[in-house]
Design a binder for this molecule. Structure first.
Ligand SMILES: C[S@@+](CC[C@H](N)C(=O)[O-])C[C@H]1O[C@@H](n2cnc3c(N)ncnc32)[C@H](O)[C@@H]1O
Length: 212
């Protein structure tokens, strides 16, 4: 999916994916990652999600990457803090205390730039990408994070009912991307709600990926 698609969505404020509160499945299942206090969580394709603030409130550090500078400026504004802004090759780094967000293309972020992370939280990242991009996304995520434990929120619905994003990524596909490195456990499956429920029926699923 072309970066211009997402830049246009942010400019036109077509951000129905943005939840104004921490994701319910994150809040419910985050403890399953069994992280030590002060762990560092990587949130790919983070938008301006309230989940980042919630993770910080749990006493963790957070690293994100997001294509849209608009999103990242609003993220820090809504947290009520002024980030330091630095160039990092083709990306920029916005940071304040325990929060570091790279602005730019996820696929251009390197493991050296990101630094080590203890867990990955993916909400509306894998499912934001078309099928042709998802294998590269999963491979690059593994190269960045070293297959640390992951909480992944996904959708499972009939893809012929509506076009993504968000796309349907059922358990069989999650197994294909992550089955070698992880044991995948479905920890919740609930009827799709929110804007997507006007386009299709299906389930929103929380997956716990534990290193195999
Ligand atoms: C569906 S939104 C989800 C945002 C956030 N995870 C949330 O839960 O609100 C997907 C986000 O990924 C960003 N994005 C898409 N492709 C990207 C890429 N290649 N690199 C970095 N961010 C990307 C978009 O700008 C958009 O904000």
């Amino acid at each position: 999916m072309d970066p211009s698609f997402w830049h246009e969505r942010w400019s036109a404020r077509q951000i129905g994916f943005h939840e104004g509160q921490p994701n319910a499945m994150l809040v419910k299942h985050f403890a399953r990652l069994k992280l030590a206090a002060g762990s560092r969580i990587f949130v790919p394709l983070c938008g301006k999600s309230r989940d980042l603030g919630w993770l910080l409130e749990q006493g963790h550090s957070v690293a994100g990457v997001e294509l849209s500078r608009i999103a990242v400026e609003e993220l820090f504004e809504e947290l009520g803090v002024s980030p330091a802004i630095e160039n990092r090759g083709p990306l920029m780094l916005f940071s304040f205390e325990d929060l570091a967000v790279f602005v730019g293309d996820f696929f251009k972020l390197t493991a050296d730039q990101l630094g080590s992370v203890d867990a990955v939280y993916d909400r509306a990242a894998l499912v934001a990408l078309p099928a042709s991009m998802r294998p590269d996304y999963a491979r690059h995520l593994a190269s960045l994070s070293g297959s640390v434990p992951q909480l992944l929120i996904s959708f499972d619905y009939d893809q012929s009912a509506t076009n993504g994003p968000p796309f349907s990524v059922p358990g069989s596909e999650i197994e294909k991307h992550y089955g070698k490195a992880y044991r995948a456990e479905l920890v919740e499956s609930a009827a799709i709600s929110g804007p997507l429920s006007q386009r299709c029926t299906g389930t929103e699923q929380a997956w716990l990926l534990s290193p195999a």
